[in-house]
Write a protein that binds this ligand. Structure first.
Ligand code: ADP
Ligand code: ZN
Ligand code: ZN
Length: 731
């Protein structure tokens, strides 16, 4: 009799269990990829069959209750990908599956649902008349949908609308009944936006990728902002469409970039599925099934979309490949960019990593000839490169975060009706809240961090654990009333800016002000209509937006990234600077970038500004080589949080000892630490870490799983929590 090997979503490194098949299962149900309900301990749970065996080492097997599917839910390539990822990232297979399937699937939800017709909704003549109505409170859902639809020439599909309004279908039906919206009739090709004639550099990319369409062909598309990378993607996608196969496009954030989605929709109207984690569960399930069965042709999504099955994959694109958002930073810590490359190899297809500021990892891979290199050095169309100027803040009056030169340039732009973008990477009003009488500072009771003062809600907040408290009226230490916010966040800068330029229309963009897709969409509409003069924000502004009328970019303080202990900080900082700068002057008008710093002679800043990102990356790579840091070695990080720092360190010392006893441990693997984490106390736990380094990836890949199961067997204290991060981004 066959034996089922079942992955169960429990936090054990090797959570595979053997079962006898259910009594009434048909033979076709005994296959990998079928869900089964099984007894587990004293409970029951849903697991995934991952293999059929003829023999088990366990003497007394339980019998599974029932199979939940009649044909495999998960196709074989996806199962293989899960197995690889579980091994590579040292994360339990059952949990990898549970974390990456659409929600509820591993709770046993039925997947027999009617797929929504693949239509785009648009306003009718009648609907357009009502689009600006004011609706009573109970019809606010009408207002939201009409508003979205009136701004888009082609129409939106249900899953995109669901970004703005959860479960839009009943509202769509109601609007359709009134005759205000209608499904868009199938388009003739002329109504779809036509492709642009490509320049030489763009053509070269499209031709070369097409010539290698039938093989694993990883490439880095290094092109400055505005050089036409997206146009290259679109034309490749159109070719994929004609071939009847599928493509996956990964982007760092979707709800911040409705423009990008709209642009894809105008060009690929009938084939596009938008996928990201804020979608309602059923919409995600639809998309997943449609992709698995080959009905969805182009899937555009954030990090988690890399796990979507594809029936006929032809191409994978990872846009802004340098973006840290591709790395999941908790529970299942994977890099969607790296998984995408693995996937392309598995499927034997091209994968394009695109960026204006490629990660050092990918640049290194091109040097090693592992990735092909394409360069788009010039801005497409007529746009010019921005010019840079460094402002030495040591020479400026101290009272204002805006130097006179920056103020003068802002003034000029306002007069000329050009837009200004100001970048400052600290949200809130002030990063510290202090008593002037005794020096008391408001700290988070749960973390090693100051509380950040937020003026509009008059609250003190911890940006690490979301702890919130009201602003005290007098000092808890000396009772004085002399309590003041110190330093600046975007909120305070906006206030100061408004005082300097009373008539300017200022929009602040950070995670405090723009949480939703809808609001971002509204704001972008206003920006494009030039109803905003100055945009002030955090790194959110650097995320792929296109602001044609912005001609001046001001970096309020460039120093934060120059002196961090994290070895990736300078890389991040350089990327951010170039990305923000790339927002300027994208069309007819040339852009200017003013960089305020207290360290104008810093070599990194010099290199970056004088010689560009490429030269910076070269010298940063040399530094990494000398220090034997990634990409010149492989890292993993064992993190632990415990009731005291001593307990955390002790745990790691024991883990180190355990490691040194293992057969696959050798001198090529170095264990560095343990050391206290950069922020020791976080959420009431004390953190420490142990770094694992090796120049050889496969040594680590053999050693880590062994080590993990040894640790798991030894682990006794429930209050100590640990996790392993393979290829960590932050140390
Ligand atoms: P990127 O993705 O590299 O930032 P885009 O593809 O968004 O660049 O292109 C920037 C701008 O240049 C867009 O307005 C786009 O329409 C335009 N553009 C791109 N390729 C061409 C081309 N071959 N000819 C003319 N304009 C182009
Ligand atoms: Zn005090
Ligand atoms: Zn906190």
């Amino acid at each position: 009799m066959p034996i089922l090997q079942v992955a169960i979503p429990v936090p054990l490194f090797n959570p595979l269990f053997d079962y006898h098949p259910p009594l009434h299962a048909s033979e076709t149900q005994l296959q990998a990829g079928i869900r089964v309900r099984v007894p587990f301990g004293t409970q029951e749970c849903v697991g995934m069959i991952v293999a059929i065996k003829t023999h088990s080492d366990y003497p007394e097997l339980k019998t599974a209750y029932e199979c939940l599917d009649t044909v495999p839910l998960i196709p074989k390539p996806l199962l293989e990908m899960y197995a690889w990822a579980s091994q590579y990232y040292c994360y339990p297979l059952g949990q990898v599956i549970a974390a990456t399937l659409p929600p509820k699937m591993m709770a046993g939800a039925s997947t027999h649902i009617e797929l929504p017709p693949d239509v785009l909704w648009c306003l009718t003549e009648e609907g357009r008349k009502h689009a600006n109505n004011t609706f009573p409170a109970h019809q606010q859902r009408f207002a939201i949908l009409l508003d979205l639809l009136k701004n888009i020439p082609i129409g939106y599909d249900e899953s995109t609308l669901a970004l703005a309004l959860s479960n839009p279908r009943p509202t769509l039906r109601a609007l359709q009944k009134r005759g205000w919206i209608a499904p868009l009739p199938k388009q003739s090709p002329s109504e779809i936006h036509p492709p642009l004639p490509l320049n030489h550099a763009q053509q070269h990319v499209v031709h070369t990728v097409c010539a290698h369409a039938q093989q694993f062909y990883p490439c880095l598309l290094d092109g400055v902002t505005g050089s036409g990378k997206t146009e290259v993607y679109l034309q490749l996608l159109q070719i994929v469409l004609h071939s009847g196969r599928q493509a996956l496009v990964l982007v760092p954030e979707i709800n911040l970039t409705p423009q990008m989605v709209a642009r894809f929709q105008q060009r690929l109207p009938l084939a596009l599925v938008v996928l990201h984690s804020q979608l309602p569960d059923t919409t995600r399930l639809h998309a997943w099934l449609a992709a698995r069965d080959g009905q969805a042709t182009v899937i555009i999504g954030t990090r988690s979309a890399v796990w979507i099955p594809l029936a006929k994959p032809a191409l994978i694109i990872v846009d802004e490949e340098h973006d840290p958002a591709y790395k999941q930073q908790d529970s299942f810590r994977y890099s969607a960019r790296d998984v995408a490359v693995w996937r392309a190899r598995q499927a034997g297809i091209p994968v394009i990593l695109g960026s204006a500021t490629p990660s050092l990892d990918s640049l290194y891979n091109t040097k090693q000839q592992r990735y092909h290199y394409f360069h788009l050095p010039e801005r497409a169309g007529n746009a010019l490169h921005p010019s840079y100027r460094v402002i030495d803040m040591r020479q400026q009056p101290r009272h204002s975060p805006f130097s006179p030169e920056l103020q003068k340039n802002i003034q000029y732009c306002l007069q000329e009706k050009q837009q200004v973008l100001l970048f400052y990477n600290r949200r809130g009003y002030a990063p510290t809240f202090m008593c002037y009488s005794c020096g008391w500072i408001a700290d988070c009771p749960r973390c090693d961090a100051h509380l950040v003062y937020h003026d509009n809600v008059r609250e003190l907040r911890c940006h690490h654990c979301n702890y919130v408290q009201n602003v005290p009226i007098h000092c808890p230490q000396c009772q004085s009333h002399s309590l003041h916010p110190i330093g600046q966040g975007t909120e305070k800068l906006a206030e100061q800016l408004q005082q300097l330029f009373p008539h300017a229309r200022i929009a602040r963009i950070d995670s405090d002000t723009t949480p939703s897709y809808q609001e971002m969409n509204d704001l972008l509409t206003k920006i494009h209509a030039q109803e905003i003069d100055i945009l002030l924000g955090t790194q959110m502004l650097a995320k792929g937006h296109h602001f044609p009328a912005v001609t001046l970019v001001g970096i309020i303080n460039a120093d934060a990234g120059l002196f961090s202990i994290d070895f990736r900080a300078t890389e991040r900082m350089a990327q951010l600077l170039i990305q923000v700068a790339g927002r300027a002057g994208r069309e007819a008008l040339p852009g200017m970038v003013l960089i305020q710093t207290y360290h104008p002679e810093h070599p990194l800043l010099h290199c970056l500004i004088q010689q560009g990102y490429g030269a910076f990356a070269e010298s940063a790579l040399t530094e990494r080589l000398n220090a034997q840091l990634p990409p010149y070695c492989r890292l993993a990080l064992l993190r632990v949080g415990a009731k005291t720092l001593e307990l955390a360190i002790e745990f790691l010392n024991q883990a180190k000892y355990t490691a040194e006893q293992l057969p696959d441990f050798n001198s090529q693997i170095r264990l560095l630490g343990p050391v206290p984490a950069p922020m020791i106390k976080r959420k009431n736990r004390y953190h420490a870490q142990l770094l694992i380094q090796s120049s050889q990836r496969n040594l680590l890949q053999r050693f880590l799983p062994q080590w993990l199961s040894a640790l798991q067997q030894k682990q006794r204290s429930v209050s100590t929590r640990w996790s392993l991060d393979v290829d960590p981004l932050d140390l």
